[in-house]
Ligand binder design. Structure first.
Ligand code: HAM
Length: 441
């Protein structure tokens, strides 16, 4: 058991003050401009998901490691290599969550949400952590917007509704050329049967298989289909298709999902090699990606059905289906389409300029008058010179400036300056809010 004490000697310092401290590899700061784009995406997601009846849920960023090892799967990359362990003072073995589906199901069971009308429609927005090799579109801290339908029947309509909701969400962001890649990995018995056939096929190619696949044959045969190594591509192409090994109920479920998608006018392509990197799925699995990424290696959305996840957690059986979308990847795609995505259209803005200490003091109460009137106004009470403040007003794209100098404070007046023409007019200070309201109309 590792000690919970932080080893201070290990916190290296180089030089008298230490090296510059940067953000951890693969984790990024969100600066104000980017934050605006994110807020826009969250707003669209909230509107679309709430329209479809999803209610918001928040779960802790840290969970017990066993939650993911039992559900996502011991032999998946996520659990084997990518989870961040958390040192805590207690004895629990905690990790930073690598995804949220298992957390949402845990919460559903823990709080008896099965006693509420079923199914429950839940959505979430938050960060997840995976110790992957950082590259474009693949980060160690990334955000997901996810939605889960939990409880009730394992009805294919919910699989379709999840795909519809995420397709509409991406559509609202004007993303084009999207492809829904979809597959069914059947029920438990179908999969056992299929895995046998897959292994038989792989044994015929024993000598060509890559090292990782040798291991996958023992630990997780379905993941053989996900191998990126060149030497395995022909073997994958010739492998039996899972769709040929579905039982009648699994086939009927899948057929209904596709029919519902047809009804909604959502195009899809069958991807019989799509298995996804998490072990909890059964029946439907899908990903949404852009046409430019034909292989779907950087999917925007991934999801599927997981009717046994709650049972794996040792509780009741709860039908479930859901998906999650990667915020960074979607924002990158939205920005590629429209570089100004999320930047607010230029509004008429007012800048408050003060000259001298008396005006600075008076500005405090004037700003409050504007706030109470819900009238936006910007300014910087830390600046002193008039030219500095005029320059700042210009940079901020202000259309009007209010100028308060010593003389104006004494005479209880204020100057309104048209930033474009430079024309100025003096009005009574107590009429400032009313006058600005009129001019901004
Ligand atoms: P996932 O496919 O692992 O599924 O992740 C979903 C989405 O998160 C991906 O399609 C991608 O956009 C984004 N994503 C994943 N890893 C990274 C990364 N390292 N960097 C940037 N973005 C990333 C799940 O997490 C499941 N919990 C989805 C689900 C919900 N299934 C059922 N319900």
């Amino acid at each position: 058991m590792p000690s919970n004490k932080i080893n201070k000697k290990k916190i290296k310092k180089s030089g008298p003050k230490g090296k510059q401290i940067l953000s951890p590899k693969g984790m990024h700061d969100v600066l104000p401009e980017e934050a605006q784009a994110r807020d826009k995406l969250y707003k669209v997601a909230k509107d679309v998901l709430e329209f479809y009846g999803f209610g918001k849920i928040e779960t802790p960023i840290v969970e017990n490691a066993e939650l993911f090892s039992r559900t996502v799967g011991e032999s998946t990359d996520i659990v084997e290599k990518e989870m961040y362990a958390v040192r805590s003072r207690g004895k629990e073995h905690l990790v930073m969550r690598p995804e949220m589906t298992a957390s949402v199901v845990r919460s559903y069971l823990e709080h008896g949400l099965h006693r509420l009308p079923q199914p429950q429609f839940l959505y979430y927005i938050g960060p997840a952590f995976r110790h992957e090799n950082p590259q474009a579109g693949r980060y160690r801290q990334f955000w997901q917007i996810g939605a889960e339908v939990l409880g009730g029947e394992s009805d294919p309509i919910y699989d379709a509704q999840i795909i519809i909701a995420f397709s509409r969400l991406l559509g609202e962001l004007k993303l084009k050329n999207l492809i829904v890649g979809i597959n069914s990995i059947g029920g438990t018995a179908d999969r056992q049967n299929y895995k046998k056939k897959l292994l038989e096929h792989y044994r015929l190619h024993n000598k060509e298989i890559c090292k990782d696949c040798m291991r996958r044959m023992k630990t997780n045969p379905l993941r053989l289909l996900d191998c990126k190594s060149r030497s395995c591509q022909n073997i994958i192409d010739e492998a039996p298709s899972v769709l040929d090994h579905l039982s009648s109920p699994s086939k009927a479920h899948f057929k209904s999902v596709l029919e519902f998608l047809d009804e909604a006018g959502i195009p899809y392509v069958l991807k019989p090699r799509l298995v996804r990197g998490l072990d909890y799925y059964n029946k439907t699995v899908f990903e949404i990606f852009t046409e430019d990424d034909e292989k779907g290696e950087l999917s925007l959305v991934g999801g599927g059905r997981y009717d046994y996840l709650a049972e794996i957690l040792g509780r009741r059986s709860v039908a479930g289906v859901g998906a999650a979308m990667g915020v960074e990847r979607v924002l990158e795609a939205a920005k590629e389409r429209d570089p100004s995505f999320g930047t607010p259209r230029s509004k008429k803005r007012v800048y408050l300029i003060h000259i001298g200490d008396l005006a600075k003091r008076k500005s405090i109460s004037l700003l409050e008058e504007f706030r109470e009137a819900h009238l936006p106004i910007i300014g910087n009470l830390g600046k002193t010179s008039l030219s500095n403040q005029l320059e700042a007003a210009d940079k901020a794209g202000a259309t009007l400036a209010l100028i308060l100098g010593q003389k104006e404070v004494f005479e209880e007046d204020i100057i309104i300056r048209d930033m474009k023409t430079g024309a100025q007019e003096t009005i009574p200070l107590k009429k400032a809010v009313k006058e600005i309201k009129k001019r901004l109309k």
